[in-house]
Write a protein that binds this ligand. Sequence first.
Ligand code: CMP
Length: 147
Amino acid sequence: MATERTLSIIKPDGVEKGIIGKIISRFETNGLKPIAIRLAHLSRREAEGFYAVHKARPFFNDLVTFMTSGPVVLMVLEGESAVARNREIMGATDPGKAAEGTIRKDFATDIEKNTVHGSDSPENAKIEVSYYFPEVQVHPYDWKRKT
Ligand code: CMP
């Protein structure tokens, strides 16, 4: 197993419900460390760029409208097999199909208001992390200051 980084977003419904702490706690208790965290209110351009892969999908416009409807929490999570582990902790995209004990099963409303986003592959994780975080804003806990 390799240590990986993945991008996590707590979507506007998660922020609105006041469960930022509960969600981050699930990541921490399952071995994923938040090594960068930032609250942001995305512009349409930012959200469209982030979800560009879905541009042709019928839900694209609604997705962008929802993701810009309120603040989100942007995070980089680091840990063993972080991409796959994060997806297990989140549960299926459609909360109706999510397993018991997952974030989406416990907190999400529907497939749009599904509370969290997570990168779907290590390749996309690299792209998504760098979309929101320059390396200087990422702080692995084992990093030692040399001066
Ligand atoms: P996310 O993991 O952020 O990636 C794309 C998002 O599109 C997805 O979660 C859903 O919230 C949203 N979405 C809305 N409708 C659909 C759909 N029919 N199929 C897949 N994703 C959808």
